[in-house]
Design a protein around this ligand. Structure first.
Ligand SMILES: Nc1ncnc2c1ncn2[C@@H]1O[C@H](COP(=O)(O)OP(=O)(O)OP(=O)(O)O)[C@@H](O)[C@H]1O
Length: 208
């Protein structure tokens, strides 16, 4: 079975989902249905709850009410979600190559080899450099490479384009399009344009 055939059974669904922090609601009545091979772009002003929604979809925050279900997912195949927060979560004293090796081992389901992932994101020359010495955009590219080294069907990306140069933004669009093309899913919170044609948009309101 190809990845696309495996993922084609999956669908990310929320029903009457309310998300928030503590007892403070930020967004309510969210009814999503994201089938395999499609994505969703989250828009909305600062503080609207986009990051909170991504964390809730990832299972890292509890819903205030309602449900999140990944239909068709077999738990025995391991975790389905890659959550990449707006912070890079890189360890300063691991090299770029060690960082990807660490994530590949931790996340399991090995996919693209570490050196191939570094090449894909343009970090070959930085492979042996401590992550602390990577520029902001290079650290962001390392986060993108992390998506590649372990196969997970659902990418939850929080401001993935921040600090990326124009070429990096093109790369991000390519990676997301390829992932969707293989039957994956992506929910992306961003204030920037994302180079994925036809991406549906969910706009969260201001929470002020
Ligand atoms: N740990 C926390 N405890 C309490 N409130 C929090 C916590 N984290 C975030 N918040 C609040 O939740 C609200 C929504 O934050 P969130 O990060 O989800 O917004 P966002 O739409 O992603 O914003 P941005 O566009 O600025 O990234 C904000 O008012 C924020 O202060």
């Amino acid at each position: 079975m190809t990845p696309g055939q495996v993922h084609s059974l999956l669908r990310l669904e929320t029903a009457a989902l309310a998300v928030g922090r503590g007892d403070m609601p930020l967004a309510q009545a969210i009814d999503l249905s994201v089938p395999a091979g499609t994505g969703l772009l989250l828009r909305g002003p600062n503080g609207a709850g986009k990051s909170t929604l991504l964390l809730t979809l990832a299972g890292l925050l509890p819903p205030l009410s309602g449900s999140v279900v990944l239909q068709g997912h077999n738990e025995e195949e391991g975790p389905a979600f890659h959550h990449c927060g707006h912070r890079n979560a890189v360890r300063p004293r691991l090299t770029a190559r060690e960082t990807l090796g660490f994530w590949r081992t931790l996340n399991g389901n090995p996919a693209v080899p570490v050196d191939a992932a570094l090449e894909r994101v343009g970090l070959v020359r930085q492979a042996r450099l401590d992550a602390a010495y990577l520029s902001a955009g290079q650290q962001r590219r390392l986060v993108l490479a992390r998506l590649l080294v372990s196969a997970r069907p659902v990418w939850l990306l929080d401001e993935p384009s921040s600090a990326l140069d124009a070429e990096g933004q093109v790369l991000l669009g390519e990676l997301v399009r390829e992932h969707l093309g293989q039957g994956g899913m992506a929910v992306i919170a961003s204030h920037d344009p994302i180079a994925v044609p036809g991406l549906p948009v969910l706009t969260l309101g201001a929470a002020r």
